[in-house]
Design a protein around this ligand. Sequence first.
Ligand SMILES: [Zn+2]
Length: 430
Amino acid sequence: MLFCNIAVLDENLEYKTNMFVGTRGAYIEYIGAQKPQEDFGEEYMGEGKLLVTAFFNAHCHSSMTLLRGYAENLPLADWLNKKIFPFEAKLTENDVFNGAMLGIAEMLRTGTASFTDMYMFGEGVCAAAAETGMKCNYSSSMVCFDSSAYTDLPVCNETRLLYEKYHGFDDGRLLTDVCIHAEYTSTPAAASGAAEFARERGLNIHLHLSETKAEHEQCRQRHSGMTPAEYFDSLGVFENRVTAAHSVWITDSDAEIIKRAGASIASCPSSNLKLGSGFFRAPYMLDKGVNVALGTDGAASSNNLNMLKEIYLFALIHKGNTLDASVISPRQALYAATKAGAVSQGRSDCGALKVDNRADLTVFDLTAPNMCPMADGADMLVYSAQGDDVIMTMVDGRVLYRDGEYLTLDIEKVRFNAQKSRERIAGELV
Ligand SMILES: [Zn+2]
């Protein structure tokens, strides 16, 4: 496809107008101010539109769309124990597929090309990603409270089977990671076993880290003063590429561990605010040079999987929290939602509008009232754009969403199936 006379945010997230961008196969082959000689197939008229590299959602539980609005205004412990866990105990693989399909529809609708997911019944999530053309790094949640070795846990077997079936699927569109749910849901033996399993296969590790103050402090009591980051470090977890979700309460020396390991943090502003978990110290971590990505978390805690909402909050809340309007520039917020997410997923040819990168692209409608009059594209995208200003999402050069239409899923069927799963489970819990 050749995008013609279109405004773009280039690889440095600089705003340029009247540009031409050509894609062939899964890649971006041309970017320039002149119309190229080569034929790129369909010519897309770009007047009044903004083309950007698509978003990478670095921490998600996509199937939790089934729990959207199901448990509201509760403190974390009640939210989890009284509402979320009982509902999740009723899930089947088919329910997980239905929830993931709805999550993918929502992400495509709001400009996301790729998501890092952690859940259960992973076949359901991977099949949904495979079928829809979405990019995904998936891992099934490892939770262990007894003396089992990692290799004796059913989740190890599931992780191995998913790895064999989906890791590298469709030219690397799907990748499987290894999950350690969190310090408080693991044992040292299981966590170090998972780290070894990942190391042997060169896989990423996805975990929750110091999400709440209580989690962080209870870890210190349990493990002779060690923070969750120190606990994982002592078990060899950070010898792998790690995505650590939340990291709200990590210390300065935890940040050193993360930086030294080249690990990524997936910050989830909506979820942290709604569950009252606190403020991730984004300005400090960015100054330190830590790779900070953004995630939506699941829809049970953040209600939607719209990365623009996370970008907006990320750019705003740290200004308010530090009383400094200069912290977190729009470009830093957009970088977190794109390149930093791609880096966290181990995808070196993604996350920037650049020749030879994957064509993961999103088009915004600049004729929307909230986008007029147009000023700097990066500022407008962060502070003014809405999720429904997205009019196209392309993944690996393939258009999956365009002008209200989904090309690889039947949205009526997706909505119906998700509603059916929700009603069945809610009905069983009455
Ligand atoms: Zn999470």
